[in-house]
Design a protein around this ligand. Structure first.
Ligand code: ADP
Length: 370
């Protein structure tokens, strides 16, 4: 049936029991469109399991139908989902990438990746600096750049405290914006909430859990904190993009204690808003966050100054190590802390650099074809 709107008009993108069939159809349609429209692309770039079928549909069929000019590039965003499809696309593609150099190393031994290491590269993701722009953002009270970051963030923190019913006070505020899944380090998130409260700080968590048991668990924690620490902590268990802007702007720290993280956008957005990332050293978090006490040389090798706090390990001691240093730095040296906020805002985590890496990869793909 050519009329398959009921396939996609289902109120969600993923998570139906016919995802493979729906996305397979979509991949076919995309290739058929390219063929019928007479457009002859040089590169067809597919992402993750959902467009993986393009790689083999192209090489087995469409290349013979007349789309012969194209080279297929395939990018892994998260190997946890659809590994079988990803493995097959890796085999059929001409070049493959994933979203950070460190994640590329971490997954190099995975059977989906290891036979294809010769064509596999890590290129960091970027954020859109127009969508995430504290100087032009309808969801925050005072527009700011690195020049007036202190005033801008102070106003945003007050607005956030007011909106969520927290005490309006000058306290270190830790923000957490995340899917609540194992990947994101749930036990570390919970521990960090309690540690921050113990240190006299405030915590705002914005997150939602696809697993109802985890959602329920956090709902209980939210209720508990609402009665025991109502002026210090608020857990918002929904998906709310406008609120995320206010948290990025109003927080002093954004915590990302992921167990694994292919790239991670949260820490990059945090820095765009002058919030200091506190992260676990994994995947793209390792490649973008440089600890103020330990990573000066590693940052310098990238032409950067250190920009955050990080930790190894996946236990409470690890997260404490980074969080305690972060909160102490806030209490003990506000001038230093404010200059750190200014510094992270001036770092460029947009697509400017990664786009050049992709261009180079596309040129290499074309060259290897000719
Ligand atoms: P992942 O794709 O694994 O969830 P990323 O760090 O790559 O992690 O991207 C997460 C994005 O989703 C970020 O832009 C973050 O701001 C946003 N986000 C996550 N949870 C929420 C939420 N509950 N409400 C609003 N935005 C959210």
């Amino acid at each position: 049936c050519p009329c398959r709107i009921e396939f996609f008009w289902v109120g969600c993108v993923y998570g139906r029991n016919n995802d493979a069939e729906r996305f397979g159809f979509f991949c076919h349609a995309a290739l058929e469109f390219l063929l019928q429209s007479g457009f002859h692309p040089d590169i067809i770039h597919c992402h993750d399991w959902s467009s993986a079928p393009v790689a083999w549909l192209f090489k087995e069929n469409y290349v013979h139908y007349g789309l012969s000019k194209a080279q297929v590039v395939f990018t892994i965003h998260n190997l946890e989902f659809g590994a079988h499809f990803i493995a097959k696309a890796m085999k059929y593609s001409d070049k493959a990438t994933t979203v950070s150099p460190t994640y590329a190393r971490e997954v190099a031994g995975n059977p989906a990746v290891s036979p294809n290491l010769h064509k596999f590269h890590g290129i960091i993701n970027g954020i859109d600096p127009d969508i995430w722009d504290p100087y032009n953002d309808n969801f925050i009270p005072v527009p700011y750049t690195s020049e007036n970051v202190v005033e801008g963030k102070r106003a945003a923190k007050q607005a956030l405290q007011e909106r969520l019913g927290l005490k309006r006070a000058d306290l270190p505020l830790v923000g957490i914006i995340t899917r609540l899944t194992h990947q994101k380090g749930i036990h570390l998130i919970k521990h960090a909430i309690w540690r921050t409260l113990e240190r006299g700080g405030q915590v705002v968590l914005l997150g939602s859990a696809p697993d109802p048991r985890i959602q329920n668990d956090f709902q209980n924690l939210a209720n508990q904190l609402h009665s025991s620490h109502s002026d210090q902590a608020r857990l918002c268990l929904s998906y709310d993009e406008p609120l995320s802007h206010l948290i990025y702007a109003g927080a002093d720290f954004i915590l990302v204690p992921s167990i694994f993280e292919p790239c991670g956008l949260t820490q990059l957005t945090a820095m765009r808003y002058g919030s200091i990332p506190v992260v676990r050293k994994t995947g793209g978090l390792y490649d973008t966050v440089f600890d103020v006490d330990h990573d000066k040389d590693r940052a310098q090798a990238q032409g950067l100054e250190p920009n955050g706090f990080s930790f190894d390990g996946a236990d409470a001691g690890g997260v404490d190590y980074a969080l305690n240093r972060a909160i102490s730095a806030w209490y003990e040296g506000r001038d230093w802390f404010n200059s750190l906020c200014k510094r992270v805002m001036e770092q460029d985590w947009s697509w400017n650099r990664p786009a050049l890496d992709y261009l180079e990869l596309y040129h290499a793909a074309r060259k290897s074809a000719s």
